[in-house]
Write a protein that binds this ligand. Structure first.
Ligand code: G4P
Length: 538
């Protein structure tokens, strides 16, 4: 494979560190094989610790094991949120996107912190609903996509049909990198069309692959030997010929601009083409990109450190009400102990104990580079969307807050516990689990979520962490929209519609509409205003 596509600078300077980083996420519909592929990526990636950045000292060891113990006690894992490993001199940061059918804003926000994504598709099913939804988010953010068509060891759909579907449904050019030689009972292995290697299964019907055999093109007699069956050989040769002649050739610029997707057919379960996929990520996927920000985008090579918080996990330790802020470094060389400005608050904070996440471990980070994800322990000072920087004049933009699709009124049992409820709703909404609006009229709490599962998670966590029981009941509202427009018009609108105005966690007013019809009607009557589905967290 063209490992030299992104020539690695020889020295260990900031530019070399940037060029050698790949921060990516895996997107898929449930059951397509994301978990299996993640495991295999970590296995083939060696999941090696980064020498130099992590050193064990007494004090740091203690911090690390404390966190691990808390995770075990509480049966939760933040370790899997970010997985860092190094392979052939390239540092990979794999960010997990929650794998429920029902997904939250967290999933979307995680995609704001990656430079590329791998889309896993089940060869028998093709593109499914959630793949499409997540793909749209990637497209919005110009995140380039590599496709991995999984489970070719089982009966699947015709490879060309799958390629056509990707091309048509996602409006992308497709460029095959690996190709299956038969599928299901006929599966004979996979062929890498770019570097002419044949991956041969170890045993019929079970186990992984035996070896990668280098051949001299599909016409090499060795291929005939490996495939065995004449008909299958002919089919494979003509498919491979058509795949290379009819599909787009690999064009790294087109891929990085989001017009083309390299396609890997493989089997995560049986280890086919996982290593090829990692080679593909190293060769094609972009290193850390310019980060949208004001007054202008942040260049990763900028000397000063700028970073932003894309996710907050609260209450890691119930006794301390502490949190971990998942923070992406956008520019500069971060060093432990550095003082960074929390933009917009006038505060600075010394980052004394930032955490690095490894596949099965974590440790204090001594330094970090653009593309890296740090966990910053804090007591609620850091919030999703916050910019941390050595500069004072920069604000990272583009972290959307999405309009919820499901709205419920919070029912609190015990009137004595209102304070705890308020606190719990506030904390969880800051964490990004749900959105909470306080109505100006009647003082109800309205909770808005993107997926129904979030309501259960919310009630469970409030019970466990805040010792209060809450319930949800139907709310009269079906949509919440942030109100944007000239100040006087916004004020006039609020005054005239006070019964349907709520405030979000930051006291930004939202319009609570009772139906889609009402929303449209209102929007038509107030042409100077826009009713935003998203609120940029800036
Ligand atoms: P997800 O995270 O995307 O939801 O998918 P996951 O990896 O859990 O995989 C879903 C199912 O598909 C699992 O089977 C898994 O073993 C199977 N699978 C994943 N990759 C492949 C593959 O390359 N080939 C084949 N044949 N199967 C694959 P399960 O029966 O639901 O679970 P399990 O009992 O096997 O663990």
């Amino acid at each position: 494979m063209d490992a030299a596509l992104d020539k690695k600078p020889a020295s260990g300077g900031l530019e070399a560190e940037i060029a050698n980083r790949r921060t990516f996420a895996i997107i898929s519909h449930p059951d397509a094989g994301k978990t299996t592929l993640t495991e295999k990526i970590l296995y083939f990636g060696g999941a090696i610790r980064l020498a130099g950045q992590v050193r064990a000292r007494g004090e740091r060891r203690r911090t690390q094991s404390d966190w691990m113990a808390i995770e075990q006690q509480r049966g939760i894992s933040v370790t899997s949120s970010v997985m860092t490993f190094e392979r052939d001199g390239v540092t990979f940061n794999l960010l997990d996107t929650p794998g429920h059918e029902d997904f939250s804003e967290d999933t979307y926000r995680t995609l704001t912190a990656v430079d590329s994504a791998v889309m896993v598709i089940d060869a028998a099913k093709g593109i499914e609903a959630q793949t499409l939804k997540l793909f749209e988010v990637c497209r919005l953010r110009d995140v380039p996509i590599i496709t991995y068509i999984n489970k070719v060891d089982r009966e699947g759909r015709d490879p060309f049909e799958l390629m056509d579907e990707i091309s048509e449904k996602l409006a992308l050019d497709v460029s095959p990198v690996t190709w299956p030689v038969g599928m299901g009972t006929q599966f004979k292995g996979c062929f890498n069309l770019r570097d002419n290697t044949f991956l041969k299964p170890s045993r019929e019907g079970a186990g992984g692959f035996e070896e990668e055999i280098r051949v001299n093109g599909v016409m090499d007699p060795k291929v005939a030997e490996l495939v065995g069956d004449e008909t299958l050989l002919e089919t494979f040769r003509s498919e491979a010929d058509l795949a290379t002649s009819a599909c787009s050739p690999m064009d790294i610029e087109a891929y990085r601009e989001g017009h083309l997707t390299p396609v890997f057919f493989g089997s995560a379960l049986r280890d086919f083409c996982v290593s090829d996929l990692l080679d593909g990520l190293a060769a094609f996927a972009p290193p850390p990109r310019m980060q949208p920000a004001e007054p202008e985008p942040v260049d990763p090579a900028e000397e000063k450190v700028t970073a932003f918080v894309f996710k907050v996990q609260a209450n890691m330790d119930p006794n301390h009400r502490d949190r971990i802020a998942f923070t992406r470094i956008c520019s500069g060389r971060f060093k432990r102990g550095m003082r960074l400005n929390q933009i917009g608050t006038g505060k600075t904070m010394a980052i004394q104990a930032p955490i690095f996440f490894f596949a099965q471990d974590r440790d204090i980070a001594e330094e970090a580079y653009p593309g890296d994800i740090l966990g910053i322990p804090n007591h609620g000072t850091l919030r999703v969307g916050d910019t941390l920087s050595e500069r004072t004049d920069v604000k990272v933009t583009g972290l959307p807050r999405f309009a919820p699709e499901i709205m419920r009124r919070v029912r609190t049992g015990d009137p004595m516990k209102v304070k705890q409820v308020r606190r719990a709703l506030h904390d969880l909404s800051e964490e990004g689990l749900a959105q909470v609006f306080k109505t100006r009229f009647g003082s109800d709490w309205i909770v808005g979520v993107v997926g129904a599962l979030q309501l259960d998670v919310m009630a469970d966590r409030i019970k466990a962490e805040y010792k209060v029981e809450i319930g949800f009941e139907a709310s009269p509202y079906s949509a919440a929209r942030w109100i944007h427009g000239p100040k006087d018009k916004v004020e006039e609108f609020i005054a005239k519609n006070s019964a349907q105005i709520g405030d979000d966690n930051d006291d930004s007013p939202v319009y609570l509409a009772k139906s889609a019809w009402e929303l449209n009607y209102t929007a038509e009557r107030w042409p100077d205003l826009t009713f935003g589905q998203t609120k940029e967290l800036v």
